[in-house]
Structure formats: C-alpha cells, structure tokens
Ligand binder design. Structure first.
Ligand SMILES: [Zn+2]
Ligand SMILES: [Zn+2]
Length: 580
C-alpha cells in the first residue's frame, strides 16, 4: 500500500470523521481482463447501458473488449455494443485470466482501450470481510483477525477515494488493499461484525493504518517506506512478539545478469557490466536504504533498496526479495541476499499480531502495540450522511448534494484562474466538503465559526454555501484554499508556514496592504500562525505574513519567489533578519 500525501494546512488541523458507508472497488485491476462472462445464479440478472436506459433481463452476458467480437448467440449470451454496462442481481462473474466469484453487489463494466474496467459497489463491512479474506488468510486467532478488521476499515476510511481521479475508491491490488470476494468465510464476517464501525483515530483524524506480513522483529517508520510520511504512531520499535515461534528468514541467490535484466525492465539503468552490490546506507530500523553497484562503467551507482526490491520481485517473483531487512554477500558470481521478515515493516505486523492473540492479548491491545497513541472509536450514524458527487475537477461531499452542486462551476472557474496565475496545475482531484449548518461545521471540524474554511490533505472543508454567499466570501475563500492546494503540491519539506500562508494570501488578493510595522520575529509569527489565540491574533499574523511575501515579490519577482517552494528559501530570507 502506498499513498501520495500532501499537508495543506491553513492553521487548524482537525478534519472531520468522514465515514464512508459504501466503497467502490476496481476488480481484477492487475489483469485488466479482455473479457468477462456474467452468469445468473438465481433467476435473471438485470443490465442497462446507462443508469436511466432500458432494462434488460438475462441469464448470461459476455462482455469482450471490442464490441464486434462480443457475445455471439451461439454461446447463448446477450450482446451489446455499449461502452458501459450497469448490472444488478445475483450473478457469477468469470474474467479471462482471473478468479471467478459469486455476488449480488451492483457492477459497472466499462470498455477501455487497455482492458475492461470492472467496478463493484459494496458496503464497507463487506469490503472489510473481503480484504480480510485476502490479507489474513493464515490467521488462526480471532483477536488478531479483529485487529486486522479495524486496520482495514480505518485504512479504507482514511484513504477513501484514493483513486477518485480514476472514477473509483480503491483498486484490489497491494497498491490499495488486496481483496478476495470468493474467499470470504464465516470467521472473516464475524471479525468485521464484532468490530463494526470501529475506527482508529489519531487526534481527530482516522489513522494511517498500514500493515505488513512480518516485520522481522523490528517495525519500520513510515518515512522509511514513503518519503513524505511522518505519522507519530508509525515508528521504529522492536517487535518482541514477531520472532516467536519462528522467525521468517529467507535467502536468495541471484546472478548479476538476472538482477540487471529486472532493473532494466523496470526502466532503471545500472552501469554496464557491474560486478557486485553493497549496502551503502541503512534506514532508522536497520533496513537497507541505498545500494551501491560497483565494478562497472561508471564504477559506482546508487539505487534505493525499495526500487531494487520492486524491480526484482516484479520480474523474478514476489518472494525473491521479501523485505528490505537483509545482508548482501557477493560470492562466486552470485549475489546472495539473506534477510528477515516480509513486506515494508510499517504499522501492524501480522505475524506479531498473531502471536499476541495466541498469548491471549485482545485486539485492542494489539492495535495499541502497533499504533501507539491512537484511539479506537465507533463512528455513529450522524457521521454517515455524507454523499459524494464529482465533476471533472472536484469531488463534492455534501449532505444536500442537489443544492451544493452549485459550487462546481464556481470552483472550476476559480481553479482555472488560480492555475493560470501560479503557472502550474493540480495533479489530483480535490474534495470539497460542504457542511449543512454552521453548528455541524464547528462541531465536526473543531474550528471556530469565524474560520470560513480550511484545508487538510486534499479536502477543503467549507461552511454552508448560503452562509458564505451572504457574507460575500464564497469566491475569495475558495480562491485562497485552492491556492493553498497549489502551493502545497509544490512545497518541499521545511518551507515555513508564514511563507506558504503569505503566498496564498498575496496570490488571492495582491492589492497593497498597509505597511505598519508588526515588531514580530519570524518565530513569533510562525507560532501565532500555527496556534492563533484569538481572531485578532490570527488576522494580525495573516497580515504580517502577507506583507512579508509581498515585499519579497516586489524585490525578487513573483516567479523567483514561487520557485523557492521547491528549492527552499534563501538563507537570508529564512533567518529572520529580514523580518518586519
Ligand atoms: Zn490502488
Ligand atoms: Zn513483527
């Protein structure tokens, strides 16, 4: 599992507990089948070519990639030249080259150039069961299975809409969470039911509950696996449960030629005729960080161990290099890799959780051990009212989507203007979460009523549209928050908040501000922006931040100042000596 994350923070952090009742999953994502056969398991199933098109009732439907080749009468199946099929009823679906399963979830099959895109809409708890069937097949203990059910549900809540730009929530590969609809058994269902609605929170946000097969005795911090991750509960700690009763040790002998080929297939170009590999650096948990390729032309070449593992495993088989926790020996023309554990090592270790459960620990104790500092909460029905709508550029989350959809054309226009002004475009689809009342906005975001909106990750949370319109601040609020997303998408780590906030403020309204001297140091400004004590303090610190950025732009030019987002601020700007 991996995630691309951006922290776009206005100044207050608490996102609302968004509880998705349904998830839309792309099935067979790894194979993109060229053909699927759908057969009824009970009476007829129904299909349409659009949500409002005429209904067809059939017992068998074959959808091939190209309509011409599709479903001939001789095979006793219906056929259609449609691009999209909406299917309901009780059916078995059999893809060419993939596993069949029987279900009654609504299906959507679309013909795309690269293959069929098969989407299934399913209730969250059934999704949890199906992921359990794939990810926890070896689990023998109910408490570890329940811990996994919570981790899976929390992950699905935290990263809901991970594929929103592709038109669904999750794929069914390790990129998101693997799932096995055909493998769901009574124990999977019982574990999901016993923890129904339970989600791990860190402060007010669902936690990033990564998990792994076997950490090899020491868990990895999130930033060892993903450059931007830094959640305080995903840390290095020794896993005393993991090695009992039997450590997973593995050894792989590969020839330089095999390794060379897999790297080149993955688009990596190691030196010609390299001879040996050494571990150049290790991560905080002792995993291989960078590998050095020696003896070729050029004589030295560094490669991230994670890139090495993915390339070799993809080409030579997923069990060749099982983790980054290993030693390398170069011997008799072979590269010998001997390691421990399996997977990235971040978060819950399934082998350790299994041992904890066997020793009588509860699923709550397992979750506390692997995600220290998080809290388990049951989401209530009040959290379940959100509905999702999308246009080309935005996803809308709303309790009144018919009314709130009016925000689409406004947001589309302002985004286009912001992108033109800043010179680059968003590469993801942001989510606009519109609250229906000021009370629910305050209660669920934890923010005071004088904060019109705030942004975290890819979600912009807004007060009711009618309210913002009455105050004539809907457009200026959107403009400011969209600039934040654009700014954060280019910001490297360590760019101070005053600079990002000041930029957003300046870009949203570049007209002159008053030039009164604030007497504030950069440190004071940074602290006030992070935790403003009052509305007045917030307004003052905003004004100072904007003025500082405005002065920089007057001195250096807009393009130069914008470029500092990715290269870092010049020392004299960041040191505070130029503070107002
Ligand atoms: Zn995915
Ligand atoms: Zn472990």
């Amino acid at each position: 599992m991996k995630s691309a994350r951006i922290f776009a923070i206005c100044f207050l952090l608490a996102p609302s507990a968004l509880w998705a009742q349904e998830v839309q999953v792309r099935l067979f994502a790894a194979i993109s089948p060229k053909s699927v056969t759908i057969t009824s398991t009970q009476g007829d199933f129904h299909w349409r070519e659009c949500p409002t098109c005429a209904d067809h009732a059939d017992r068998k439907l074959i959808i091939d990639l190209t309509p011409e080749k599709s479903a001939d009468g001789a095979r006793g199946a219906a056929k259609s030249p449609a691009t999209i099929f909406f299917i309901t009823g009780n059916y078995q679906i059999v893809p060419v080259g993939g596993p069949a399963f029987t279900a009654s979830f609504p299906l959507r099959v679309e013909r795309k150039d690269a293959g069929l895109v098969v989407l299934v809409s399913m209730p969250m708890e059934q999704y949890v069961s199906a992921v359990l069937a794939a990810e926890s097949g070896a689990s023998k203990n109910d408490e570890s299975l329940k811990a996994m059910a919570v981790a899976i549900r929390t992950y699905a809540t935290r990263f809901h809409g991970q594929h929103v730009q592709d038109g669904f929530d999750f794929c069914d590969t390790t990129h998101c969470q693997t799932m096995k609809l055909s493998g769901v058994d009574a124990r999977n269902r019982a574990a999901a039911l016993a923890t129904k609605g339970e989600i791990l929170f860190y402060h007010d946000a669902p936690a990033e509950t990564f998990y792994n097969a076997n950490c090899g005795g020491i868990t990895a911090a999130a930033n060892e696996a993903w450059a931007k991750a830094g959640e305080p509960y995903l840390i290095v700690h020794s896993d005393t449960f993991c090695p009992i009763p039997g450590e997973v040790k593995w050894e792989t002998a590969l020839s330089p030629a095999e390794i060379d080929r897999s790297l080149r297939v993955a688009g990596i170009s190691p030196p010609e005729n390299w001879q040996t590999i050494q571990i150049e650096s290790r991560t905080a948990s002792g995993r291989a960080g960078k590998l050095q390729f020696l003896g070729g032309t050029p004589p030295r070449f560094l490669l991230a161990a994670s890139s090495f593992r993915f390339a070799v495993d993809r080409e030579l088989g997923w069990n060749k290099v099982r983790s980054d926790l290993y030693e390398i020996r170069n011997s008799a023309g072979k590269i010998l890799i001997s390691g421990k554990g399996s997977g990235h090592g971040v978060g819950l270790c399934q082998a350790g959780a299994e041992e904890m459960a066997r020793e009588g620990k509860t699923y709550r104790e397992i979750l506390e051990f692997y995600y220290p500092g998080t809290n388990l909460r049951t989401v209530t029905s009040a959290d379940q009212k959100w509905q999702s709508r999308s246009d080309e550029h935005f996803e809308l989350l709303s309790q009144n989507p018919e009314t709130d959809a009016q925000i689409f054309p406004i947001a589309d226009r302002i985004l286009a203007e912001d992108e033109k002004s800043i010179g680059w475009q968003l590469t993801f689809r942001p989510r606009l979460q519109v609250f229906s009342t000021l009370d629910s906005y305050r209660n669920e975001t934890g923010e005071p009523g004088w904060v019109a909106a705030s942004t975290r990750v890819h979600t912009i949370r807004l007060q009711p549209i009618a309210l913002l319109k009455n105050k004539s601040i809907l457009e200026s609020t959107l403009r400011h928050e969209l600039f934040h997303l654009l700014i954060e998408s280019k910001s490297r780590a360590g760019i101070p908040l005053w600079f990002r906030e000041g930029l957003a403020l300046y870009l949203a309204s570049p007209e002159n501000t008053d030039s009164a001297n604030s007497g504030m140091s950069d440190q004071q400004l940074e602290a006030q922006l992070t935790h403003p004590a009052s509305r007045e303090e917030m307004e003052r610190s905003y004004a100072v931040a904007k003025r500082k950025v405005q002065a920089l732009i007057q001195q250096h030019g807009k393009q130069k100042v914008l470029s500092w987002l990715s290269v870092g601020l010049p020392v004299d700007v960041n040191s505070g000596r130029r503070g107002n």
